[in-house]
Design a protein around this ligand. Structure first.
Ligand code: ATP
Ligand code: MG
Length: 323
């Protein structure tokens, strides 16, 4: 038997695929509060990654560290190959950030503020590019307006235009659709997708689970400064595809009858509920066969209902489980 040789032909290191790589990251604020605990996270090039977590979980802290606004206490972060501490400028030039708290100069015009933002990164002026992003964000008509004369949703779009002004390859959106109406939210999702199609990697935080479901390629959950789950959305949704059929029986059973052993059934403590776990996505759920068997066995039920766990349930379980 030949020994396995692991020194050759090893698969490409995760860091080659990852556009952002966070390892062993800890943050203890000056107050002594630990906001991040041993965070390891890799964001793949070209994906949309949604970071979910309750208030105070550490989402903004994590983003702020990656963007060089907050200093890490311990750990290493690479953004497109640049160490965010040792090569801050290199890292920052790759990153666009739409912060959670909107702050812009109210008296500047849309055009000037976005143009100025680009200049801050030492990029040569490119009016055609600025025009394109303002048009993409439906802000072109407002380009000469002072920021203070815009609606809240428009101000948020100006923040996105600013974040894109220096042509970053990574875009952070911290709560991009908080307080944004349904229609504008749809527009934003469209825009984020088209950015991704143009090769931009997107990391967004959100409190709207349906936003993560709709948008993300992968989903991460953070709670009390710890990453508690990172999963492909499709994998997560497949797990979510499991449903339960609950039958309220007329008469209690002592045990699941042997004739029904082919089904994934559980009996409630009081023997009055028979619960069937099945895969809602599969062609054949088995419900028809189960009901036929029940009637053959003379097991009567007075009511039935189905339920499905949602991403929200999983999220709440995760967060509560660690509380
Ligand atoms: N400058 C600071 N000094 C001390 N503690 C801070 C500081 N900034 C944030 N924190 C604390 O760190 C924790 C994480 O805050 P953070 O803003 O990262 O949470 P979040 O996940 O973004 O929450 P939200 O969903 O409310 O935006 C909180 O307990 C917060 O009070
Ligand atoms: Mg936050």
């Amino acid at each position: 038997m030949k020994p396995l040789d692991s020194s050759h032909a090893s698969p490409p290191a995760a860091s080659e695929r990852a556009i952002i790589s966070v390892s062993g990251l800890n943050k203890i604020y000056g107050s002594g509060f630990q906001a991040l605990r041993n965070v390891d996270l890799e964001i793949s090039r070209g994906e949309i990654f949604a970071l979910l977590g309750p208030n105070g979980a550490g989402k903004t802290t994590l983003i702020s560290i990656i963007c060089g606004i907050v200093n890490p206490s311990m750990g290493i972060v690479l953004a497109d190959g640049h160490d965010i501490v040792r090569d801050y400028r290199g890292a920052r030039s790759k990153i666009g950030l739409v912060p959670q708290e909107l702050s812009t100069d109210a008296f500047e015009s849309v055009w000037d503020t976005v143009t100025f933002s680009r200049g801050l990164f030492g990029k040569a002026p490119n009016p055609a590019y600025i025009e394109k992003i303002l048009k993409d964000l439906s802000l072109w008509e407002k380009k000469d307006n002072r920021i203070m004369t815009l609606s809240g949703g428009m101000k948020r779009r100006v923040m996105i235009a600013k974040a894109l002004s220096h042509e970053p390859t990574i875009l952070f959106l911290d709560e991009p659709t908080a307080g944004v109406d349904v229609e504008l939210r749809r527009d934003m999702w469209e825009m984020v997708r088209s950015l991704r199609d143009n090769g931009v990697t997107i990391i967004l935080t959100t409190h709207y689970i349906e936003e993560a479901e709709e948008m993300a390629d992968r989903i991460g959950v953070i709670n009390k400064g710890e990453i508690v789950l990172v999963e492909d959305k499709t994998v997560l949704m497949r797990k979510l595809g499991r449903k339960q059929l609950t039958l309220q029986l007329q008469h209690p059973l002592n045990a699941v009858p042997a004739a029904l052993s082919g089904y994934d059934l559980t009996l409630s403590e009081d023997g009055l509920q028979l619960i069937y776990d099945f895969d809602a996505q599969s062609e054949e759920t088995g419900i028809a066969g189960l009901l036929r068997l029940l009637s053959e066995q003379g097991i009567d039920f007075k009511d039935l209902h189905t339920s499905q766990s949602s991403l929200e349930d999983i999220f709440v379980d995760l967060v509560r489980g660690r509380a």
